[in-house]
Write a protein that binds this ligand. Structure first.
Ligand SMILES: [Zn+2]
Ligand SMILES: [Zn+2]
Length: 197
């Protein structure tokens, strides 16, 4: 059985919904990669990362996700010129979604903007990309991504692509296909400073 869950930034200015949520329609991870931690630091880590510096994220098809209020508060950041588009809000600096581009039918929604949800809704979470983490791999987390998880996300993405679930995307203009806000590219020296903690 699937359900709809609220999506909101921490202050509530940006609101939306994620539809058709069930363990079979999404992929639940905690990402320990350096870039996710750098992004969390850019926003102010508190409440975004877990005790080991990992970012809990649920991966959905863009068409499952709708934003209904607060578009003017959305901002986007790339950690490098070709990095992921990382969306956040400028009202309360809540991360709202990570995407490759409008063409890739995939969005990673940080758990901080899915308040009150538990793993029961999304299925058990898998710790990934702990290789670059300072201080070693947290218990139960994988250095990279396990093959089973890669197959699962590939299968989900293929299904989303076949069914046209890449659109509409909450972060791209439905008419022009352009990002709702042009991304800011983080200057290299600021990135290095954030990486150093
Ligand atoms: Zn807010
Ligand atoms: Zn990551």
């Amino acid at each position: 059985m699937s359900t709809a869950i609220p999506l909101r930034c921490r202050c509530g200015a940006v609101q939306g919904t994620v539809r058709e949520v069930s363990p079979s329609t999404c992929c639940n991870v905690v990402c320990y990669c350096r870039d996710c931690l750098t992004f969390a630091r850019y926003l102010g880590e508190d409440g975004i990362v877990d005790a080991h510096g990992g970012t809990p994220i649920v991966q959905f098809a863009p068409a499952q996700v709708e934003i209904t209020a607060g578009f003017d508060r959305l901002r986007s950041l790339r950690l490098s010129p070709k990095g992921l588009l990382r969306w956040y809000t400028d009202c309360c600096r809540t991360p709202m979604g990570n995407m490759v581009s409008a063409k890739v039918p995939f969005v990673g929604i940080p758990r901080v903007c899915l308040p009150g949800t538990t793993d029961a809704v999304f299925g058990p979470s898998v710790g990934v990309n702990a290789r670059s983490r300072v201080g070693g791999v947290p218990e139960g987390a994988h250095a990279g991504a396990p093959v089973g998880l890669l197959l699962r996300i590939s299968r989900l993405m293929f299904g989303w692509w076949i069914r046209g679930k890449g659109r509409p995307s909450p972060f791209f203009d439905p008419q022009t296909g352009a990002p709702r806000v042009a991304p800011h590219v983080l200057p290299l020296e600021e990135r290095r400073r954030l990486e150093a903690g």
